[in-house]
Structure formats: C-alpha cells, structure tokens
Design a protein around this ligand. Structure first.
Ligand code: PLP
Length: 425
C-alpha cells in the first residue's frame, strides 16, 4: 500500500484515458437504463451500479473509497453529517431492545443521540469513563449489548481512548468497537490498526478543513466476523425480507456486509446522503489533509505550552503536554501529534472568560472546530448558557472553560493574540 500522503492525493479515483483528471461531480438524481430487467438486477443487489442518488452516487463513492484507503478499511460510505454517520454505525447493528456501551466523554451531539434520541427508539446506552477500571468496563456489558462506542480524541474533553483495551473488551463480548476518529484523522491515527472494527467521521472537521460542507463517513474494517456471532446480529446474518431474503453476511462477506446493509437499508429509508457537490469539496480538503494536520498540531502544541506558562490560566488540557493525563496514551496512539484543539480554564470565572473571548482578534467565536481559521467557544455563554455555574460543574464543564481550535495561521500570531486577550482579563 502507498504512503498516507499519496493516498490523500490520489486514492479513490483513477481516471481512464481521456477522462477528467479531477473527480467529476455527478449532479444527477437518477441514472438511465436500457431495459427494466437490467435495472431490476440492481434492485436485487445482483449487479453493481447506480439508480438513485438517495442511496449512492459515483462522486460520493470515489471520495468514500479514498477515506476507506486512508483508514485501511474494506468498504466505506459518505453520509450527510457526522451525526448521521454515528447514528447509522450503531443502528445498522442494534435496534429496539438492544444495548450499547459508550464513553462518557464523547461529543455532546453523540451523547444526546445515544442517551436521548436512540433511547426513545428503545436502545439503551451505558456510559463509562475512558479511564474506568477493567472491572467497571466489564460491568457495563449486558447480554443484549451490540457495540462499544468511543472517540479517539474526545471533543472537547480531549481524552484519548485506549483503543486496544476497549477493542479487547468488546471482542471478548462478541461485539464490534466503533471509533469516531474525527479529531486525529487517519493522518494521525488509524484505529483499525489498533483493533477497532468500524470507524466514523464528521468530515465537516479536518477532512474538509475549510468550513465548507457538513458531512460524515463510515468505514468498515472488514475484520469483524458477523457469522461467528450470528445470533447477536440477525440484521446481517438472517434474510432481509425487504431485499428478497438476502443474507448480507453470506452474500457480501466480512468485507462488504456492513456497508452494503447500511446503504441498501438505512440510506434507502433515512436518505441521509451527502450531496455530490459537498463530496467534491470534501475531496479537495482530503488532498491536503496530510500537509495541514502537522501545522494544526504544531499550533496546538505551541498554544498549549504558552497557556500553561501564563498566570491568567488556571488549567490546560492538551494530550501533547508532557504532564497531561492522556499524554502516555497520546504517545502510543498519536505519535505524530493529536489535533489543533486545546481546552483551558481562564483564571477567575465565567465573567473573566467572557472578557477574554471579547478581546480576541484572530480567534473567531464559532460553534465549530478543526478549520483552517482559528476559532473558539466558551460553552458557559453559548452551547451551555442555560446552565447555572453549579449545573455546569455537575456536567463536567467549568464556567471559565474555553475551547480553542488552532487553525493554519502562524503559531506566533496565535500566541500573540491569546497573550493580548489574557492581558485584558
Ligand atoms: N463527532 C465529533 C467528534 C464531532 O466533533 C462532531 C461535531 O462537532 C460530530 C461527530 C458531529 O458531526 P456533524 O456536525 O458533522 O454532524
């Protein structure tokens, strides 16, 4: 296999003689056939091809194939958002009456999805700390557990997942480990190499990298043996009556069953497809991902070190800092760097954090991370503003916590901006 840099630039699309060098945007909802019989073969999953962009589109498939190559998977698909990717990754193998084990530090949107929306669908989740003991992790499993879910680097807690440990626990219970790899991207970590079975992304973040299009992706490793755990995963191992009794794990094997089912059932029924135009923009981002990630990480490291030395800062979280709680795990799983997101507490409280935010010039206030342009968020005055200081602390969020996303600007300029804003506090 080629190096990651070459895959970022070239994987997924190989034009033939005289064909466009850039991935064509197939801006068509539908595809034409000469006979109904030929189209019928597609509906029966007997032939490969396209019939309706709610399920599949050639532009999306080329970009999904690139992300698949980057993660070292066997099959992949794009979704309309990271939320849709995480929803599909779980709902493809779990349903009403089932149970999931998830890390408590996962992104708030993923937490809401599992704790509230999927709970209303009859699917229960037990949350465990990423630093829980082996006994606590073991106690979270139930006979109806269908998956373990975590984030390589949690947003915004910046906790690093011990992927090997969580994969071993999942496999001991005959279920796959699903890892959201949005923050490090496959440039800095490839969870499948450490035992993860399914990898998801909010491509809205570093993969796009320019704040251009919302999107998501799911990659299957092809390693999980659904047939060996057939009773636990009837959706993959028993006939699908909505597809003429097809048994996905038999027909498509380990390499193709998961993504084929997610495409032909979930995409068909929920229609959470990424637009081909957005897939094209996403591919432009992917072409420079390996060049951009080191700069995001260098800026994150410089900013974290500066903040740690500033008396107006109460605490800093960044896995690249030697005394960070997750530094040892970062050295193992993220030896080339983690990401550009840094969380810290302004000394004082909510009011001091608000003054600091107002004084920033280069870091823009946004509900976003992982962009070429640096941005920041003060949860207590934005996403969590309805909460009192006491409620914030109970939710694990300090009233003076600020989340910074270091972009691609010069690190010295970012540090200077933080320095002048802290001086005003
Ligand atoms: N996963 C992580 C780690 C995220 O940070 C986000 C969004 O911030 C999501 C998933 C959801 O992605 P999207 O906003 O593309 O739906």
């Amino acid at each position: 296999m080629t190096q990651i840099a070459t895959r970022c630039v070239q994987a997924g699309y190989a034009p033939g003689n005289g064909e466009p060098r850039q991935i064509p945007i197939v801006q068509s909802t539908t595809f034409k056939y000469d006979t109904s019989e030929r189209m019928g073969q597609l509906f029966d999953l007997e032939a490969e091809g396209y019939f309706y962009t709610r399920l599949q589109n050639p532009t999306n498939d080329a970009v999904a194939a690139k992300i698949c190559a980057l993660e070292g998977g066997s099959a992949a698909m794009l979704t309309s958002s990271g939320q849709a990717a995480n929803f599909f990754s779980v709902f493809n193998i779990a349903q009403s009456g089932d149970h999931v084990v998830a890390c408590s530090t996962i992104y708030g949107g993923s937490y809401n999805l599992l704790a509230h929306t999927m709970a209303k669908m009859g699917l229960e989740t037990t949350f465990v700390s990423p630093t829980c003991s082996d006994e606590e992790l073991e106690a979270a499993f139930r006979p109806n557990t269908k998956a373990v879910f975590g984030e390589t680097i949690a947003n915004p807690a910046l906790a690093v997942l011990d992927i090997e440990r969580f994969a071993a626990a999942a496999h001991a219970h005959g279920v796959p480990l699903i890892v959201d790899n949005t923050f490090p991207t496959p440039v800095n970590c490839r969870p499948i190499e450490w035992g993860a079975d399914i990898v998801t992304h909010s491509t809205t973040k570093y993969m796009d990298g320019h704040g251009c299009g919302v999107g998501g992706a799911i990659v299957d490793s092809g390693n999980f043996d659904w047939m060996a755990n057939a009773e636990r995963f009837p959706g993959l191992t028993t006939p699908d009556e909505s597809y003429h009794g097809i048994v996905y794990a038999e027909r498509f094997g380990r390499a193709g069953a998961f993504i084929t089912k997610a495409t032909s059932q979930l995409m068909r029924d929920f229609g959470s497809i990424q637009s081909p135009q957005n897939a094209f923009y996403l591919n432009l981002g992917l072409e420079s991902l390996h060049v951009r990630m080191p700069q995001h990480c260098a800026n994150g490291q410089a900013v974290a070190q500066f903040l740690q030395s500033n008396p107006k800062v109460a605490s800093v979280r960044y896995p690249g800092l030697p005394d960070d709680e997750f530094h040892a795990l970062a050295q193992k799983y993220l030896p080339n760097g983690s990401c550009g997101v840094v969380s810290f507490e302004v000394a004082g409280g909510r009011a001091e954090a608000e003054r600091f935010m107002a004084a920033l010039r280069l870091f823009a206030i946004e509900t976003h991370v992982a962009d070429a342009r640096s941005c920041c968020l003060h949860p207590a005055s934005s996403t969590h503003r309805q909460m009192s200081d006491e409620e914030l602390v109970a939710a694990g969020i300090s009233p003076s916590m600020v989340r910074l996303s270091c972009g691609l600007e010069a690190g010295e300029d970012l540090v200077a901006d933080l320095d002048q804003a802290l001086a005003s506090v």
